[in-house]
Design a protein around this ligand. Sequence first.
Ligand code: ADP
Ligand code: ADP
Length: 229
Amino acid sequence: MITLKDISKVYKNGPLEVEALSKISLQVNRGEFVAIMGTSGSGKSTLMNIIGCLDVPTTGSYILDGEEVHTLNEDDLARVRNRKIGFVFQSFNLLGRQTVLQNVTLPMMYAGIPREKRQTRALELLEKVGLKERVKHRPTELSGGQKQRVAIARALTMEAPILLADEPTGNLDTKSSHEIMALFKEIHREGTTIVLVTHEPDIAEHADRVLLFGDGKLLKDTRKGSDRA
Ligand code: ADP
Ligand code: ADP
């Protein structure tokens, strides 16, 4: 699903150069649930930006679901991103003036899906994440865990095969964090490939595979037995 080969990323600011990623090669298969860990500055965000088609590597190749993406221009990259990737962020990134329902229907509106179909699909997803009673509320009226559920419903609207989550539990208390992870597990069981960044070992525990980054390099790649609940 995701094949990275010798990916390097160099940020240039005038004469200063930072190599944020150094020759990363890795493969994430369809249906995997992967956690990315590493200290601050180890290259996690840079890697997520490349996997999510928000940025391109300086060198190396990236094949996403059979498509070569490292050579694409911005328009084509955006097109691939919209079809293939759902995003969930630490700070939820919901629109405060819009209702829960509107937040979830928005990506479908941009995609030109007819109104009735948008509504039906959004309500289905909000029921799935346990927020059916909250569709008319605004994000400020929700707890952190509830906001993240809205963001997850929104990320699922386009049925993207990959869900990328950057510190999705970073702003949540322990109980909400584990509820959110239970939801990710359910989404994973239904076939979505998930790549998630976290600082917390307890959260990474929920994934089937943990990639540990340090100083722009992949230090450790640990797979768990498939017998885990
Ligand atoms: P992490 O997400 O693990 O904290 P990042 O991918 O954000 O790590 O950063 C990796 C390295 O790249 C760090 O040294 C960081 O300072 C540097 N970096 C990240 N973004 C930029 C940028 N836009 N310009 C210059 N350096 C950057
Ligand atoms: P948490 O302890 O998970 O952060 P909160 O204490 O923020 O939860 O909220 C508890 C409940 O009250 C939640 O169901 C939330 O949706 C609701 N709630 C919180 N703030 C508001 C508000 N301003 N208006 C309506 N409902 C609210």
